[in-house]
Design a protein around this ligand. Structure first.
Ligand code: CP
Length: 298
């Protein structure tokens, strides 16, 4: 694997290897991590981020990689330099790994083609199109709790249409043959097309006998005027609470990629309760991103 751009590029062997390595790093008692000190990484986040940005930084540091967090408020792009030229200049200085979050779809792929052979581009969130490292850490969290993926019913609730998390997750569920994937959303936020899974407007139907429940944030920044929905109506019909958890299996667990809008897509009781694995996802994010660097650099 040369770049980490998209779930569709991954083979089943890549997916299994990433899971295996991430779990190995997580449970390694002697912290005997690979040393990639010769490979420098630059993180470039053109959209806001807490979890993805920090976990990629931590992952690189644990592998002894020098990390440069490019300060985009003071970069030469503000003086008219193109992003392609910025990347090429960073590559000329010896940066090999580029962790990129950007609203422009297709940009990670385009930059990957333009850079010299020794460089690796990692997609850390691309418009509405993809967030592949998030999908991988979600799968890691699910596999730890319930490894028989073909027996699972996974329910994803929220604004599916604008969600890069839902998009990559759907592609990954298809690749690993998840038993059943159900998206629950009001019609206005349903996906324009699905390659895997089904969609319903009914929270009760979606949650019935679910093994895993993933809530998504309402992505206000990507919703067009004609796609707006009254938040009070959304909360009434789609917010996950401990009361409607009752429809799911007793041992169902809750995921959320974050950031959470408390009270909008999930209540405090559900987000912080015993069935929540939200912080386990965040913890796993560091190990999965270590595995991604390691696979690219080996
Ligand atoms: N899940 C996720 O992408 O969170 P951040 O926006 O904080 O990186």
């Amino acid at each position: 694997m040369k770049h980490f751009l998209d779930i569709t590029q991954l083979t089943r062997d890549d997916i299994d290897e990433l899971l295996e390595r991430a779990l190995h790093f997580k449970y390694s008692e002697d912290y005997d991590y690979p040393n990639h000190a010769r490979h420098s990484v630059a993180t470039l986040f053109y959209e806001n981020s807490t979890r993805t940005r920090v976990s990629f930084q931590l992952a690189a540091q644990r592998l002894a990689m020098p990390v440069i967090n490019v300060d985009l408020n003071h970069s030469s792009e503000n003086k008219g330099e193109t992003i392609e030229d910025s990347f090429k200049n960073l590559a000329a200085m010896g940066i090999e790994c580029f962790v990129l979050r950007h609203s422009e779809e297709g940009l990670p792929q385009k930059l990957a083609e333009k850079l010299k052979k020794s460089c690796h581009v990692i997609n850390a969130g691309e418009g509405k199109r993809g967030h592949p490292s998030q999908a991988m850490l979600d799968l890691m969290t699910i596999s730890e709790k319930k490894p028989n993926l073909s027996d699972l019913k996974i329910t994803v609730i929220g604004n599916i249409r604008h969600s890069r998390v839902a998009n990559s997750f759907q592609q990954l569920c298809k690749k690993v043959n998840v038993g059943e994937l159900v998206f629950v959303a009001p019609e206005i936020w349903q996906p324009e097309q699905l390659t895997f899974g089904t969609v319903t407007t009914s929270l009760e139907k979606g949650l019935k006998d679910a093994d895993v429940i993933m809530c998504l944030r309402v992505q206000h920044e990507r919703i067009q005027l004609e796609e707006q929905m009254d938040l009070a109506t959304y909360q009434q019909h789609y917010r996950l609470s401990t009361a409607n958890l009752y429809y799911a299996k007793k041992d169902a667990f809750i995921l959320h990629p974050g950031p959470i809008n408390r009270g909008v897509e999930i209540t405090d009781e559900a987000a912080d309760g015993p069935q929540s694995c939200i912080l386990q996802q965040v913890e796993n994010g560091v190990y999965m991103r270590m595995a991604i660097f390691d696979l690219l650099l080996r």
